[in-house]
Design a protein around this ligand. Structure first.
Ligand SMILES: Cc1cc2nc3c(=O)[nH]c(=O)nc-3n(C[C@H](O)[C@H](O)[C@H](O)COP(=O)(O)OP(=O)(O)OC[C@H]3O[C@@H](n4cnc5c(N)ncnc54)[C@H](O)[C@@H]3O)c2cc1C
Length: 580
C-alpha cells in the first residue's frame, strides 16, 4: 500500500511523463490506497444512477448506496405525463418513448424481468406499421424509407423499392453511388477521425448524407451529422474502410468470413446468450418485437426501480441535493451537497463515487480537485424541445413510426428548426386485440384519436442564448403539423417540454478528449471517482443501463474510471453468424 508521500511521488512521475505543469503538481493529492467499495455515492437519479444502484445492491446487498439527485424527482429524462381526457387517459412522453430489443436491449430485458415488469411490457411487433413504415420529409412530402414489409409479397416489395429509388428525389442516384463505392480511394492513414457526414459524403456522396442520413442523426442525437465522430459512432465501419479500403467490399467479406467485434462486446453477447429464466411468452415476444415500452409509459421502468430500491435498507435517496464538490481525501471521498430546498450545504464521506452526470457537470463538481485540468470540453449537449399533441380525430397521419427531417431541407423551408415527428399512436394498441401489439393498453380513452410528438431544436439551436417559450413551441409544432400533414384541427391536449442540454454529442475527436478526461480522473481520484451514463456507451436508455451494469460490475477492480472501454485499445475478434 502506498503512503501519501509515495502516492505523490508516483503522481509526479506520471505527471512528468504526461507533461503536467510542475506548478500544478502541488495541487494534486493522489491517495491510491483502495478501501473496499462498501459505501458508494451515486450522483444523479436518472436511469443510469438508478440502474447502477440496482446492480450494486444486487451484487452486494450489504453495500451502502446513496443516490444524490439535485431535483425533487427521480428518473431524469424518462418522464411520462398522464393526461385525463374524455372517458379515460392518454400518456405523453416528454423524453424517450420506446426501447429497442437489439444490442444492449437484452440487458434491459433482464432488468425488466428482475423488476417483475414482464407482464407490463407492450411489444410492437416487427410486422406492425410502426416497424415497417418510417418516413423522411423530402423535399416537400413524406417518403417511406425503403425497407421490406413482411406483410407484402416479394413482387410488391421489389416494386415499391424500385419506385422509391427511381422516382423519389431523396433516394435518386443513391444505388449508382453505392455501386461505385468500392472504387473510391480509402482515407489517408494520417486521418485519426472524421465526421460521419464527411465520411459518407466521401464514400457514397453528399446527397445520401444531406437527404437521408442526416435525418437519422436528427432522430437519435438531435445532432449535426457534419460534427459527429465517425470513429466513435460507427467504429466497425471506420475500421472496415481501414482494413478493406471499401465499405461494400468489407461488408461482403464479413458475410463470408465473419464480422469483427470488440472482444468486450463478444464477451457481453456470450453472457446475454446464457440461459435466463424469462417467462416463455416474454421471451417469444421480445424476439419478435421491434420496440417495446410499458403500460404506464417509459417512466414505469424508473418508478419500479425506485420502488424496488426503496425495499433495500442499505439504499438511501438524497433528493433535492445538488453535489457541488467531490474531494479525494486520504481515507475517503468527501462530497459537498447543496440542498435546493433549504440552501444549506452538507458534507458526506463515501469510499467511492460514481457520477452519472455529464462530463461538464462532473468536472464542475470535481473543481476543487482539478484546478482546471478536468475542464476539458468533452462533448456538447444541445437542447431539444418536445411538443406532445393529441387530436380527437384518429389517423391524421400515414401509418408508421413517424418521420425525420434531413439537413437537406433548407432553414427557410424549416423555419421551426424541426428535427422530426413521432407518431405516438403507433407504438401501443388503440383497441384491445390489435395483432400488431402484445401487452396491455397504454391509453385508456375509448375512442383514441391521434397522438404525435414534434421535436424541435437540437444542433439548430447551438449557441442560442434563449429558446422558444412554451407558447411559441406549441405554435411551431402546430405549423409543422399543418404544413407537412395538412392537420388544421386544434389539439385537445398538449404538453411542451424544453429539455436543456439533454443529448451528448460524440463530436469529432471525442475519443481523444475522453482519453484526457480519463487520465485526469485516474490521476486525481485513483479509481475512487468513476463515471457512467449516456456519454459512455451510447445515448439510448439501453446504453445507459449497459453503462450502469459495467461500472457496477467493475467496481471491485481498483483504479478504474469507467472510461476504459473508450480509451483502451480494442481487441477485435471475428464472429460468424450462424443461420438458425
Ligand atoms: C427528448 C429525448 C428523447 C429521447 N428518446 C429516446 C428514445 O426514444 N429511446 C432511447 O433509448 N433513448 C432516448 N433518449 C435518450 C435517453 O433518454 C437518455 O440518454 C437517458 O435518459 C440519460 O439518462 P441518465 O440517467 O444517464 O441521465 P439523466 O436522465 O440526465 O439523469 C441525470 C440526473 O442527474 C441529476 N443531476 C444533475 N446534476 C446533478 C448534481 N450536481 N448533483 C446531483 N444530481 C444531479 C439530474 O437532475 C438528473 O436527474 C432521449 C432523450 C431525450 C432528451
Amino acid at each position: 500500500m502506498l503512503n501519501r508521500r509515495n502516492g505523490l511521488n508516483k503522481v509526479a512521475r506520471v505527471g512528468s511523463r504526461r507533461s503536467v505543469a510542475p506548478s500544478s503538481l502541488a495541487a494534486i493529492r493522489c491517495y491510491s490506497s483502495q478501501p473496499d467499495p462498501n459505501d458508494v455515492a451515486i450522483l444523479g437519479g436518472g436511469i443510469t444512477g438508478l440502474a447502477t444502484a440496482h446492480y450494486l445492491s444486487q451484487s452486494n446487498p450489504n453495500r451502502k448506496v446513496t443516490i444524490y439527485e439535485s431535483s425533487p424527482r427521480l428518473g431524469g429524462w424518462l418522464h411520462t405525463e398522464k393526461v385525463e381526457i374524455d372517458d379515460g387517459h392518454i400518456l405523453f412522453e416528454k423524453g424517450p418513448r420506446t426501447l429497442r430489443p437489439a444490442g444492449n436491449g437484452s440487458l434491459t430485458a433482464r432488468l425488466v424481468n428482475q423488476l417483475g415488469l414482464e407482464d407490463e411490457t407492450i411489444f410492437t411487433m416487427k410486422t406492425a406499421p410502426a416497424a415497417t413504415n418510417r418516413y423522411l420529409y423530402y423535399p416537400d412530402h413524406l417518403v417511406r424509407v425503403p425497407q421490406p414489409d413482411r406483410k407484402l409479397g416479394f413482387m410488391a416489395n421489389a416494386t415499391a423499392l424500385a419506385n422509391t429509388f427511381t422516382y423519389e428525389p431523396a433516394f435518386q442516384g443513391i444505388l449508382g453511388r453505392l455501386a461505385l463505392e468500392p472504387f473510391r480511394p480509402a482515407r489517408d492513414s494520417s486521418v485519426t477521425d472524421e465526421s460521419v457526414g464527411d465520411f459518407f459524403a466521401r464514400r457514397i456522396g453528399r446527397r445520401l448524407v444531406d437527404q437521408v442520413m442526416s435525418a437519422v442523426v436528427h432522430g437519435i442525437y438531435a445532432g449535426d451529422i457534419y460534427q459527429l465522430s465517425m470513429k466513435s459512432l460507427f467504429p466497425s465501419l471506420w475500421r472496415l474502410e481501414e482494413e478493406s479500403g471499401s465499405l461494400v467490399t468489407g461488408l461482403l467479406q464479413n458475410m463470408v468470413e465473419g464480422a469483427k467485434v470488440p472482444a468486450k462486446e463478444l464477451e457481453f453477447m456470450m453472457a446475454m446468450k446464457q440461459p435466463y429464466p424469462f417467462g416463455k411468452e416474454f421471451r417469444k415476444n421480445f424476439r419478435r418485437s421491434n420496440v417495446f415500452t410499458f403500460r404506464n409509459g417509459i417512466q414505469q421502468l424508473v418508478d419500479t426501480l425506485e420502488a424496488s430500491l426503496k425495499k433495500s435498507p442499505n439504499v438511501i435517496f438524497q433528493l433535492n441535493q445538488e453535489v457541488t464538490d467531490i474531494k479525494n481525501t486520504e481515507q475517503n471521498v468527501e462530497l459537498e451537497a447543496k440542498s435546493s430546498t433549504e440552501g444549506s450545504t452538507s458534507k458526506h464521506n463515501h469510499t467511492h463515487v460514481i457520477s452519472t452526470l455529464s462530463p461538464d457537470k462532473t468536472s464542475q463538481a470535481a473543481s476543487s480537485m482539478n484546478r482546471g485540468f478536468l475542464k476539458l470540453p468533452v462533448c456538447p449537449t444541445p437542447t431539444v424541445m418536445t411538443v406532445n399533441l393529441y387530436y380527437r380525430t384518429p389517423n391524421l397521419h400515414p401509418s408508421g413510426f413517424g418521420y425525420l427531417i434531413p439537413l437537406g431541407i433548407p432553414i427557410d423551408q424549416n423555419p421551426e428548426r424541426a428535427l422530426g415527428v413521432t407518431f405516438d399512436t403507433a407504438y401501443a394498441a388503440g383497441t384491445p386485440g390489435d395483432e400488431d401489439f402484445v401487452g396491455p393498453m397504454q391509453d385508456t380513452v375509448s375512442n383514441r384519436g391521434t397522438k404525435v410528438t414534434v421535436m424541435l431544436g437540437g444542433h439548430y439551436w447551438d449557441g442560442w442564448s434563449s429558446h422558444p417559450s412554451n407558447d411559441e413551441g406549441l405554435q411551431m409544432a402546430q405549423s409543422i403539423m399543418e404544413r407537412h400533414l395538412g392537420v388544421t384541427e386544434k389539439p385537445a391536449a398538449h404538453s411542451v417540454n424544453l429539455n436543456y442540454n439533454c443529448i451528448p454529442q460524440y463530436t469529432v475527436g471525442f475519443e481523444d478528449r475522453v482519453s484526457k478526461f480519463h487520465d485526469e480522473l485516474s490521476l486525481r481520484y485513483s479509481g475512487r471517482l468513476r463515471v457512467a451514463g449516456n456519454w459512455v456507451r451510447g445515448v439510448g436508455v439501453n446504453d445507459c443501463i449497459r453503462s450502469a451494469w459495467d461500472v457496477a460490475r467493475d467496481l471491485d477492480t481498483s483504479g478504474l474510471t469507467g472510461l476504459e472501454y473508450i480509451v483502451k485499445p480494442k481487441q477485435w475478434l471475428t464472429v460468424k453468424v450462424k443461420k438458425s
